[in-house]
Design a protein around this ligand. Structure first.
Ligand SMILES: [Zn+2]
Length: 283
């Protein structure tokens, strides 16, 4: 599905709407506070994940899923490049790769991707941010959390904003034999972008999916010029527009590879390791 951003936000149905499969409280609908829409879980709207975070933790960085197949499941999302070559951002039907040399390039549809999560982005909630002053990462995440009718669903989140600062990281391309992710990320590239304008693209995953996905928030950044980006570690938002959708359907595609079949996921201290890899700056 095509269009993104505030223009495609559905009209608000009011609070307490019943949806197929149950009821989840609807969020506020007050134009005065800059919030339009609702976050009923879209039952038919599915998040598709390719491979699991555990596989990356174990050092399985070989590409498995053709980018074309991933794109067929959604035009919006995040992932990582073959051999850990860059962070991927899926936006508006294109796949951008942000690499450790500070560049951004388009991913060819024939390239194989080791990990990705994608949706067809059809936001149902739009919120204006920054009218009361800048928001740091913590303030933004608590604002997003306050809009979610339940922490037990998946949410696709897009923020189009002006940022006072943005800290991104990109992994450095790995070579066989691959080291576990916690080792590989010790030499990640980090860039403090300063003032920048662009898209924060990502997801909320409930805590029980840690190891399958990344529990909590996981964002990648791509600037408007599509010239810089990466896995977002920290930022301050000057002003922008947040759009979101809720999903209550998850499809998980596991790699059909001998490496995946033989991998040992039991020996990894996953929760600590994932938190360190996904949220920590190396400095
Ligand atoms: Zn990431």
């Amino acid at each position: 599905m095509g269009t993104n951003g505030p223009d495609s936000v559905a009209s608000a149905p009011g609070s307490g709407t019943t949806v197929a499969g149950g009821t989840i409280a609807t969020t506020v609908t007050t134009a005065a506070s800059g919030t339009i829409g609702h976050l009923n879980p879209a039952i038919g709207l599915n998040i598709t994940q390719f491979s699991v975070i555990h596989a990356l933790m174990a050092g399985l960085y070989d590409g498995v899923f053709p980018a074309e197949q991933v794109l067929a499941k959604g035009d919006f999302g995040i992932g990582c490049g073959e051999a850990l070559n860059g962070e991927l951002v899926f936006v508006d039907g294109l796949i951008y790769r942000c690499t450790s040399d500070g560049r951004v390039s388009l991913v060819d549809e024939t390239e194989r991707v080791p990990f990705a999560e994608v949706v067809d982005f059809v936001p149902t909630l739009s919120v204006r941010l920054g009218d009361d002053g800048p928001l740091d990462r913590e303030a933004f995440e608590s604002r997003v959390s306050s809009l979610m009718p339940s922490a037990n669903l998946f949410y696709a989140i897009r923020l189009e904003a002006e940022f006072d600062r943005m800290l991104v990281r990109e992994p450095i391309r790995q070579h066989h034999p691959f080291k576990p992710l916690i080792e590989a990320m010790k030499t990640q590239a980090e860039s403090e972008l300063g003032e920048t304008s662009g898209s924060l693209i990502g997801f909320w995953a409930p805590g029980i999916y840690q190891g399958i996905s990344v529990a909590g928030f996981h964002f990648h950044y791509l600037d408007d010029a599509r010239a810089v980006g990466g896995h977002s570690l920290d930022y301050t938002i000057a002003s922008g527009t947040l759009t979101m959708q809720a999903m209550s359907s998850l499809t998980l595609r596991l790699p059909h590879t001998p490496e995946f079949g033989a991998a040992d996921f039991e020996g990894i201290d996953n929760d600590m390791a994932i938190r360190r890899v996904e949220s920590a700056s190396a400095h």
